[in-house]
Design a protein around this ligand. Structure first.
Ligand code: UT7
Length: 371
């Protein structure tokens, strides 16, 4: 083994060597299916200690969409796997959905908002350009001691936010961080464009990341990429500094999501597989070692195709897009929550999260589930 490889026990930057002695023999040669925390994480072990989600009560079915655009329930179901999605009433913003999920997550962690030191909100539909949704959320939940910010990574919002919070907690800066993925996609969807309006829905998910003993679940490793060359394939062109709002941008409907569906589809399948394979390989894992694969829910066919290529048993793949559509930063917590509620995700399970989103953004996080 290369002595400079950070995983090599003789390399001084290997965190297992922090105590100044070689780790015990049984740790160095532990079964590979029990991965240690990645050397990318300095500092203390971290874990997801609670999870909660929220979707607005109103439901938009495929039959409803048949009345708005030229589409059919059969086409939507066959091409995307979606039957219905939840949508907000006018006046309900991302911070409102985030608040519902966040308060539940904090309570389930046995904490109060005052215990939270850091808030990160993954969203591409902030309440407004500024202040950030994190600021608005901090005020709404009364997290008086927290600081934080929004993170724009589209459908990778949750995986990016989870890694960011985990690193902050691992550093020792804070004991408890709040991770939120919240999107009101209906606020930026063109209900005259059948290629996009059938896909998206609204929702939020939140979890608390805390410093925790490694045997109580752990956030083990992550892998992220961005590829800006794909920016034009999925974007909202107007409303920012390049095309500030004007009558022309409104007339040209540039404040809505524009997507080259096929390009995004192919990229999503390829990258979901690639990033998942890479994180498994780095941790000495095979698909058989993964107990649950929770991918971003953009299209049933993307998840099935990527997980098939990876060789992950379909029984270990969570697909709940049927009921929620693509809620962007909220899909992964919504899928995790379904897995917990249905008994498919249990304490001690090894969970692989994966996401691909606008940007392009790509992410994966390896988690030992702790509750
Ligand atoms: O989460 C962020 C990342 N986003 C994604 O991962 C989305 C990736 N892309 C997709 O999921 C799929 O590309 C879509 C669901 C967006 C579209 O499915 P597709 O199988 O790629 O359809 P397509 O764009 O190739 O269109 C096939 C046909 C076209 O008609 P023609 O040209 O063959 O006559 C479309 O006009 O389907 C037509 N079509 C529709 N027909 C009925 C497109 N949208 C609809 C619709 N209802 N809603």
């Amino acid at each position: 083994m290369d002595p400079m490889d950070p995983m090599n026990p003789i390399n001084p930057i290997n965190p297992m060597n922090n105590v100044g002695t070689d780790p015990p023999m049984e740790e160095r040669f532990a079964p590979r299916a029990r991965p240690k925390r990645s050397p990318r994480y300095g500092g203390r072990p971290t874990a997801i200690t609670s999870l909660a989600t929220y979707v607005p009560p109103r439901v938009l079915t495929n039959a409803d969409l048949e009345k708005l655009v030229e589409t059919t329930d059969a086409w939507i179901l066959q091409r995307t796997g979606i039957r219905e999605r939840h949508i907000v009433d006018p006046g309900v913003a991302a911070s409102d959905l985030a608040k519902e999920a966040a308060l539940k997550a904090i309570e389930r962690a046995g904490l109060t908002p005052d215990d939270i030191g850091f808030i990160v909100v993954g969203t591409v539909t902030p309440d407004m350009m500024f202040p950030s949704t994190a600021c608005l959320l901090q005020h709404k939940i009364g997290a008086h001691r927290a600081w934080g910010f929004d993170l724009s990574a589209a459908c990778s919002g949750f995986t990016y936010a989870l890694t960011t919070a985990s690193q902050i907690v691992a550093s020792g800066a804070h004991d408890h961080a709040l991770v939120v993925g919240a999107d009101v996609m209906t606020s930026i969807i063109d209900y005259q464009d059948r290629a996009t309006c059938v896909i998206f829905g609204d929702g939020a998910g939140a979890c608390v990341v805390s410093a925790a003993p490694a045997d109580e679940g752990a956030i083990l490793d992550y892998e992220h990429e961005i590829d800006g060359s794909g920016g034009a394939a999925l974007c909202m062109p107007a409303g920012g500094s390049l095309h500030p709002p004007s009558q022309e941008t409104i007339d040209r409907r540039l404040h809505y999501v524009k997507q080259d569906g096929q390009t995004v589809f192919k990229f999503a399948v390829r990258k979901t597989e690639e990033i998942s394979r890479r994180i498994m390989e780095r941790n000495g894992l095979t698909p058989d070692d993964i107990d649950l694969f929770v991918s971003h829910q953009a299209n049933r066919r993307i998840i099935q195709s990527a997980s098939e290529k990876l060789g992950i048993d379909p029984d270990k793949v969570i697909i709940n897009i049927e009921r929620f559509g693509n809620t962007t930063a909220a899909t992964i917590p919504l899928a995790l929550n379904d897995a917990v509620c249905s008994g498919r995700l249990k304490k001690g399970d090894l969970v692989l999260l994966a996401s691909v989103g606008a940007g392009f953004t790509v992410g994966s996080v390896l988690v030992r589930w702790g509750f």
